[in-house]
Design a protein around this ligand. Structure first.
Ligand SMILES: *Cc1c(COP(=O)(O)O)cnc(C)c1O
Length: 534
């Protein structure tokens, strides 16, 4: 550990500055050491060339009614090794959880234990097909049921809907169950409002709005928690539910949560808990004991199933007894010693919502999550939550003299800083984050939650070794000290200097996305990049 720290201090010391200020040397190829410049596959290939020998297609009668293609479709022509090398090089451009510290807040990017991968690849699990006869997948159904059992046990809730494919999808499921319960009470039309704290993850208001509710923001107090008085003032016969994350997106435990749930229930409304941060409390707190009516669990966050780059996720939703009858199809039933799947049209007691998804959910993720739960055991899960909180507080305590914590006191699994330590330095949160890339770190979550100015949200998780956290902390300290010296703004604005790409015009990319490749020698009319340049 001491060595790591020395190394980092050496790098930021006087000697290193010269090396860092020198412009990156130009190379003949444009490559930088073994970082290869990678063109698009369309720019590499030659039309008309083919990597394999294909037999002449058989002569068949033209049944396309004259709609036969007249020209080339423009597939790139490459050899097999060219294709393999292209995609391997592209894959190496990804930053990944397996490469280093991944401090994103609100997303729990933790290590994916390999034991989970091993069980997910067992032929009896990895080779399953969802349309196999039920008699041949008895073990798989038992696996789903066992995971459901542990999710209910860990949350203290009586029911769980397993099929939602992600947290946001789980929110949709839970809020649909709430809407159905209100409908059954004859109050759906009258209860139009969903309350959400200002710090809520964007998916919360989006879900409520997608279901036709009106979202009413609830302000935070100066401790970063829901303002209880403001909440009580907003509650009334027009409120359907509150959507609340706990620990919240500021990384803080809502310590008035029991009072919140009592007030919400007294007003006849439901309590949707966003469980994305369950990682911080699993094994320590059962949300059911706090008065939660439903909560999604991001298996890909709390239970370490791999994610990033868009999936796959899994967002089972635990439900209270009042909401359980509305759980969507399918679910798993045991008749004697046989498992079966209750599908649409099955005779049931409840009033299921219908289906949210084809088949049963993400079997691979279920397997990995159950692997995680069972390999950790009760004591291990609890320790994982405690270590996640300990790591975040270690980061917070180690940086609070050079960066500015957004709120006083200890945090849960995330350390949240605001940008006041950068005041008058000419360096912004964005510049700071970009400079981290030069130090070999994926930046933390920036500018979220919105309630904190220039937010920097760090979630180290339980899976980083202390010496790696120490080096990370030392790197951030060095950046903070350099930023505050007041002479480094230019340097920060130029970061990242060592990455293959520097700063991209993110606004232009978002406003005028170029979604289709066209040959550069033949730009079409109305080319968006050309227009943007004009
Ligand atoms: C990640 C997250 C979600 C959404 O979950 P997805 O699985 O990405 O759809 C919702 N709320 C919070 C607080 C989150 O961190």
């Amino acid at each position: 550990m001491v060595q790591s720290l020395d190394r980092s201090q050496g790098r930021i010391g006087g000697g290193a500055a010269n090396a860092e200020e020198a412009p990156a040397p130009a190379t003949f190829t444009g490559n930088r050491a073994l970082q290869i410049e990678e063109p698009l596959i369309f720019e590499m290939g030659q039309p008309g060339r083919c990597g394999v020998d294909l037999p002449e297609p058989p002569k068949v009668k033209d049944r396309l009614n004259g709609l036969k293609r007249a020209g080339e479709i423009g597939l790139p022509g490459l050899s097999e090794p060219q294709v393999v090398q292209h995609y391997t090089r592209l894959s190496q451009k990804n930053y990944a959880i397996d490469m280093g510290v991944y401090p994103l807040g609100s997303c729990t990017m933790k290590h994916n234990p390999r034991i989970n991968e091993k069980v997910a690849r067992l032929p009896g699990i990895g080779d399953l097909h969802p349309l196999q006869p039920v008699s041949t997948v008895q073990g798989a159904l038992e696996l789903i049921d066992r995971l459901a059992h542990w999710l209910k046990t860990l949350t203290g809730m009586p029911a769980v809907a397993m099929s939602p494919a992600a947290g946001a999808h789980g929110e949709m499921c839970g809020m649909m169950a709430i809407a159905a319960a209100l409908e059954a009470r004859g109050e759906r039309a009258q209860r139009k409002l969903v309350l959400a704290p200002e710090s809520a993850h964007g998916t919360n208001p989006a879900t409520a709005a997608a279901l036709g509710f009106t979202v009413k923001p609830i302000p935070a107090n100066d401790r970063g928690r829901v303002d209880l008085d403001a909440l009580k003032a907003a509650l009334g016969p027009d409120v359907a539910a509150i959507m609340l994350t706990n620990p919240n997106t500021c990384g803080l435990f809502e310590n008035e949560i029991v009072e919140i749930s009592q007030a919400v229930h007294a007003a006849g409304a439901f309590f949707y808990c966003d469980g994305a941060n369950f990682n911080a409390i699993v094994g320590r707190v059962r949300p059911g004991d706090l008065g939660v009516d439903c909560m999604h669990i991001n298996l890909h966050k709390t239970f370490s199933t791999p994610h990033g780059g868009g999936g796959p996720g899994a967002g089972p939703v635990v439900l209270s007894a009042a909401l359980a009858p509305y759980a969507p199809y399918p679910w798993i039933v045991k008749d004697g010693d046989k498992w079966r799947v209750a599908e649409d049209g099955a005779p049931v007691d409840g009033k299921p919502l219908g289906r949210l998804k084809a088949f049963h959910g993400q079997m691979g993720m279920f397997t990995r999550a159950l692997g995680y739960i069972m390999s950790h055991g009760a004591d291990g899960l609890k320790q994982a939550a405690e270590d996640a909180v300990l790591s975040a507080n270690y980061v917070m305590a180690s940086l609070k003299d050079v960066m500015t914590p957004a709120f006083d006191g200890p945090c849960m699994h995330e350390a949240l800083f605001d940008d006041s330590f950068l005041k008058d330095t000419g360096v912004s949160t964005l510049d700071f984050a970009k400079a981290m890339i030069d130090e070999g770190y994926h930046p933390m979550t920036m500018y979220f939650p919105l309630v904190v100015h220039g937010a920097l949200l760090i979630e180290p998780t339980e899976s980083q070794a202390k010496e790696d956290l120490d080096l990370f902390i030392a790197a951030l300290r060095s950046l903070a000290v350099r930023a505050k010296s007041g002479t480094a703004a230019e340097e920060f604005k130029a970061a990242p200097r060592f990455a293959p790409r520097r700063r991209l015009d993110e606004t232009l990319a978002a406003r005028k996305p170029v979604l289709r490749w066209r040959p550069t020698n033949n730009p079409p009319e109305g080319d968006p990049m050309k227009q943007a340049a004009e």
